[in-house]
Design a protein around this ligand. Structure first.
Ligand SMILES: [Zn+2]
Length: 55
């Protein structure tokens, strides 16, 4: 998955866990998970389905 530092904006890929420290600016607890384009598209599809589906 991809993470991004909320302070310096540095983003990079991690395998399992989100690191505690940003490797670029060295601040702690600033890394947040970034959604991939694929994940965003999937969510949009699900939302679209909800709007279209009527019972
Ligand atoms: Zn940073």
């Amino acid at each position: 998955m991809r993470v991004k530092c909320t302070v310096c904006g540095y983003s990079f890929d991690v395998q399992k866990r989100i690191p505690k420290d940003c490797p670029y600016c060295g601040r702690q607890n600033t890394l947040r998970r970034v959604k991939t384009a694929e994940e965003i598209l999937r969510e949009v599809d699900e939302l679209t389905d909800q709007f279209i589906t009527k019972d």
